[in-house]
Design a protein around this ligand. Sequence first.
Ligand code: SF4
Ligand code: SF4
Length: 314
Amino acid sequence: MNQLIGSSGHRAIRPELVGDALAQPDPWGFDETPVETWAEILAPQYLDLALLVAFFTLAMISFRRKSVALKFVTFSAAIGYMGFAKSYLISITNIFSVLDWNWPVFKYSLAWYLFFAVTVVSTILWGRLYCGRICAYGALTQTLDAILPAKWRVEVPRPVEKRAAWIKFGVLGGVIAYYLVTHNLLIYQFTEPFWMFGLFGTPAMWTALAVLLIATLFVRNLYCRFLCPVGATLGLMSYLAVFRIKRWSECSTCRICQKACQWGAIEGPKILMTECVRCDDCERLYADTTVCPHWRIIEYNDRKMRILPLQPVQ
Ligand code: SF4
Ligand code: SF4
């Protein structure tokens, strides 16, 4: 570079040296890889992001409107698009990544971050909404439950159901401990069936899945209620839920919704946050003035007030 100091310096520029320098591949040492623009980064991700936003919008509309028809439309999209087309599911491997603080590169994984953020934020706001609307496997078993004849169902006795619900927390603790000791990611295939949406798996994995699905035909949402470590994680996070389901004072004696809840998430006046997936079944019952005794009591009190003359204040 000394040869290139200007005439005010000690040496003159020798044009033949400038020519030599320019002939080098990177004469000034500025050979940097071209910087990608956001337009270039976003171009391959637009469609994914748009479809994901459309899916979340549908899921939220169905949730806010408590519409059964829209819920099943959401389930179809969850199974078809989120499951078989994209295999977007929260998996125990994502929990391992969080434990290792190993995150995908943000700018190339925007759909993944959006998906992750919606799952975390919706859980903190409403509880296990992910399980009730977004998870492709949960959508599949809830759809099966809706189309199979009710007489096939085996109702798990309440004391057994309560104890079995703890198994998923045991699975979660066991699988995390195993991963922390071995760092073997492949443990996921023994604890969750989500690989089925990618249509891969060994004959042993497919056999185990077939057994699980056959059992699910008789015991509603078997895997989600009793075995899923992701459901257990979201259930624990649901203790933070801001917007919870309202309960009336009459709920402690009435029990209509407790019987209707297919997730075993209602116990008298209490909603068990670890089990509730915000399926809306009980909320639709609360809103039904012909079914929920709360409204009948209000109506009765109203009538009484109309019949009894108002007493003058002494
Ligand atoms: S419990 Fe597991 S499988 Fe079931 S809906 Fe939730 S995350 Fe999906
Ligand atoms: S019926 Fe109610 S308590 Fe039970 S899972 Fe659905 S929303 Fe939760």
